[in-house]
Design a protein around this ligand. Structure first.
Ligand code: SF4
Length: 335
């Protein structure tokens, strides 16, 4: 991820999140959340749910497939098999409604603040078939329908396993499930037009507007992300692959004091998001400014790696408001 920050799962907890970083502030059960919103409550959900970004709840209920190496590689190439870290039910994060967020393993970025360093390598994930995941998704269709929720694929970086992601997106759409991906966009070229057509929402993590700062934060180049966002906007134009039901984009920006908070750096991201709405009005329907926190430090230390931001404080409320106002001043709905 991509971008934000899973916090802790019930089992095998990863810390951060696919796309990065997030805000951790407690959990509520699915039933509690439904009740809070006055919605009918159903039972039968057997995993914890969270109302904040987290890390997955492990692989509960999913069959891990044992195969020899060549079988595994062939199935991964075809997208029948994926390397999965965990999954979790969440509410009010990673897209609208109650969602099943699936964290895939593998990411080409190396963000300084990554809260999920255990999702970075594909080899560290567990082999799970698309069929098994889709069977799990099917169980939650009534909950998704009741809350206008759906499936979110995160990571790690979802587009590091494009064939697997394509199968999940297609299978979910065939069940009428709303689909989202949480991505840095660095591998956007791997997302086919068919995948875009099968995706309702892209959570696009733009980690910096200034290319040099982006490189410092992620160890990668910014340009592929910018190209990807423009392609998403154009896909919804008349004649575009996604014209009938154009993909929506939520821009995510992780605010790190002393690293990404420069006024000009923020404004470049804001101008870019506004540009996507000039290409196709309504492309970017929200900007989420995510406050850095260093909850990932323990995990980095466990992995024997140095966490460079361990002394960086979270942004103050005043700084958060200044940055959000920068986005609002460009006509963007901002949280
Ligand atoms: S390194 Fe990858 S998984 Fe970690 S925050 Fe960055 S994009 Fe997300």
């Amino acid at each position: 991820m991509s971008s934000t920050n899973p916090v802790v799962g019930a089992t095998n907890p990863p810390l951060g999140g696919g796309a990065g970083l997030g805000i951790s502030d407690g959990r509520a059960s699915f039933l509690e959340v439904r009740a809070r919103h006055g919605e009918p409550v159903s039972d039968g959900l057997d995993v914890p749910t969270a109302t904040t970004r987290r890390t997955g709840a492990g692989l509960a209920g999913l069959e891990v497939t044992e195969l020899d190496r060549s079988e595994k590689l062939a199935m991964m190439r075809s997208g029948e098999l994926g390397s999965v870290h965990s999954w979790e039910l969440v509410t009010a994060v990673d897209g609208p409604g109650t969602r099943m967020t699936v964290f895939l393993n593998g990411c080409p970025l190396r963000c300084l603040y990554c809260h999920n360093p255990d999702t970075l390598e594909m080899k560290d994930g567990e082999p799970v078939t698309a069929e098994a995941l889709l069977a799990r998704i099917k169980r939650y269709v009534p909950a998704f329908t009741a809350t206008q929720g759906g499936l979110t694929i995160s990571g790690g970086e979802v587009l590091q396993q494009p064939a697997f992601a394509a199968r999940l997106l297609r299978g979910a759409k065939e069940m009428g499930v709303h689909t989202a991906i949480d991505t840095s966009g660095f591998l956007g070229a791997a997302m086919t037009d068919e995948m875009i057509a099968d995706t309702d929402l892209v959570l696009l993590d733009i980690k910096s507007g200034d290319p040099d700062t982006y490189l410092k934060v992620t160890k990668r180049q910014l340009q592929p992300t910018l190209d990807f966002g423009r392609r998403l906007a154009r896909s919804g134009l008349p004649g575009g692959v996604d014209h009938d039901d154009p993909v929506e984009v939520w821009v995510r920006f992780v605010l790190v004091p002393g690293l990404t908070d420069d006024v000009e750096n923020v404004d470049i991201v804001a101008r870019y998001a506004a540009e996507l709405n000039e290409i196709r009005p309504g492309t970017v329907t929200r900007v989420e400014v995510l406050a850095f926190h260093n909850m990932g430090v323990d995990k980095w230390e466990t992995l024997g790696r140095e966490y460079e931001l361990k002394d960086t404080p979270p942004p103050t409320p005043e700084l958060l408001e200044r940055v959000r106002e920068q986005f609002r001043s460009r006509g963007l709905t901002t949280y």
